[in-house]
Design a protein around this ligand. Sequence first.
Ligand code: AMP
Length: 187
Amino acid sequence: MRWILLGPPGSGKGTQAARLAEKYQAAHLSTGDMLRAEVAAGTPLGRTAAVYMERGNLVPDGFILEMLRERLQELDNGGDFILDGFPRTEAQAEELDRTLSAMGLEIERAVLVDVSDEEIWKRLSRRAHIEGRLDDADAVIARRLEVYRRHAAPLIAFYERQGVLTRLNGERDIETVFADLERLCAA
Ligand code: AMP
């Protein structure tokens, strides 16, 4: 299984990716989680990335791509993975294709977990209170959504052209969305 989960911040794609990875024994590759680990460990990459993350901006491609390539090359499960939070732009998607094709691999499916801005606002404000996530403060939520919307259409079109895109309504409960994902896996 070589899948990508696409969707706005707060769409639930991280939760779904983790569940899919567990059920199908695939690696869950979340660039957001990788970056937060670098920040927590106080590495040079973490210190640089934090400046972008705290403002809701994208961390420059050079850092992200190097980090991700390392993780892809380390995979010891036959190359099964679910990408979450990457790619975020068409340029990242093109770079991912190049990296994978050098490994003899390709993306099998890109699932868009679609959620409206209104619903995202509700969810992220709630999460900011519960988790105390720095980047979920109001101004940052607005910026993250703006950045997502700016890049989403070309990114989605990229996977549509490749014939691997599936759209799911992400405004349903976790179990219902997961059941759809399981059906897609079986298809
Ligand atoms: P996430 O947990 O996926 O919402 O990511 C949290 C933050 O990490 C984002 O707001 C970005 O600042 C950064 N980030 C995560 N993935 C990427 C990516 N693929 N490209 C650039 N920045 C990223």
